[in-house]
Write a protein that binds this ligand. Structure first.
Ligand code: SF4
Length: 367
């Protein structure tokens, strides 16, 4: 999906960055006084969710850039922090929660990056280890061609030793990441899935070989890597296909380069089903063996999740014994039965903080 309409909020229209984004996109921005003007126009489209992917609003983040991840108290949480650089995505995964998260969804990029950098400085000056990611409300790398975001964030993180930046993506264009002195304080992460799921459910994303090739290129540049098998989809033959993905992964990158791998089975709020039925009528995801979990989200029946996680964990531990492995949004029983241990309070946070300290040199004083 490419951007066809560019709005700029009047409060930021004079910023040089606005001109740079407009010129990179080859679009003249229209000034708006209120974001609702953009919303109202997007809502006129028969498919506002799709239209929102072609409309970019350059605006100011008036709130905090750094926020705690909206994990849930019902499941094990990892203490992640989100760097809120913008919202929404140009790709179109059938299961994407962002389709129902924003009303209406629209691409927004916060151009007051000086405020963002000032806030980061505060986090860097603390001795607390922090894992910070930009890929929660958007894909981390889609912004690079127009905003150069990674080339601002990566050097900012390079010269400190308490925080690691995780750039999470389903794209394969890592050209913006090449040649930077990252000092291992940026970890590049890919969401992985089977080719079948990528082809049928992840419209507009990079194919598996392209994601792995991009990971290989980042490994060559010395970046620590991470991979997220999330959302894992359960279907006939899925175990063999996920095993094949793992095999390709370990043929592409060295296990020592991988700081962590997460596993998370498909889950979505019930209201997303209507959006999926309407926008992705060929998707079979809403019709699996799903039940409502403790957090109200639809999830696969527990024994099915445990079975798949257990197999994945065994394969991953055999190939990459030094890589931290964790489950996303699962309870004690699933941890115990799938991974063979239950993290104590703050245990997942500690596991990942330790991995970041070891591999990214956190907590060692400035380089
Ligand atoms: S890549 Fe991520 S953010 Fe983009 S549509 Fe897919 S799930 Fe949503």
């Amino acid at each position: 999906m490419s951007i066809s309409t560019l709005y700029v909020h009047e409060s930021v229209k004079e910023l040089p960055r606005v001109r740079a984004v407009a010129s990179a996109l080859g679009l003249s921005p229209e000034t708006i006084h209120d974001i609702h003007q953009a919303y109202a126009r997007v809502l006129k489209d028969p498919d506002p969710v799709e239209r929102g992917k072609q409309v970019l609003v350059l605006t100011k983040n008036k709130g905090a850039f750094l926020r705690p991840c909206p994990g849930t108290r019902k499941y094990r949480c990892c203490g992640y922090r989100i760097l809120h650089v913008g919202t929404y995505c140009t790709m179109d995964c059938s299961y994407c929660i962002l389709q129902a998260y924003f009303h209406p969804p629209v691409l927004q990029f916060f151009v007051n990056l000086q405020d963002l950098l000032a806030e980061l400085k505060g986090a860097f000056s603390s001795s607390t280890i922090q894992r910070i990611g930009t890929g929660e409300f958007t894909d981390s790398l889609i912004w690079d061609p127009w905003t150069g975001l990674s080339r601002i964030l990566i050097p900012a993180f390079a010269d400190q030793s308490s925080c690691v930046l995780e750039l999470k993506t389903k794209t394969a264009d890592v050209s913006a990441l090449m040649g930077l002195a990252h000092r291992e304080k940026t970890l590049v992460a890919w969401s992985l899935n089977t080719p079948r799921v990528i082809e049928t459910e992840e419209t507009g994303t990079a194919a598996l070989p392209a994601r792995l090739k991009a990971a290989e290129a980042c490994q060559e540049q010395g970046y620590p890597l991470a991979f997220h098998f999330d959302p894992m989809v359960i279907y006939e033959g899925c175990e063999e296909e996920y095993a094949a993905v793992l095999q390709q992964l370990f043929e592409s990158v060295a296990p020592e380069s991988i700081v962590w791998i997460s596993l998370g089975a498909l889950r979505f709020p019930p209201e997303l089903k209507h959006v999926m039925d309407k926008r992705h009528p060929r998707s079979r995801l809403p019709y699996g063996e799903l039940i409502r979990g403790k957090d109200g989200k639809m999830r696969y029946f527990k024994p099915l999740r445990i079975r798949l996680y257990r197999k994945m964990a065994a394969w991953i531990r055999e190939a990459a014994p030094g890589t931290a492995l964790y489950l996303c949004m699962e309870d004690d029983e699933v941890w115990e039965k799938a991974l063979g241990w239950v993290p104590p309070r703050q245990g997942v946070k500690r596991l990942l903080d330790d991995a970041a300290m070891k591999r990214c040199g956190l907590g060692k004083g400035k380089k």
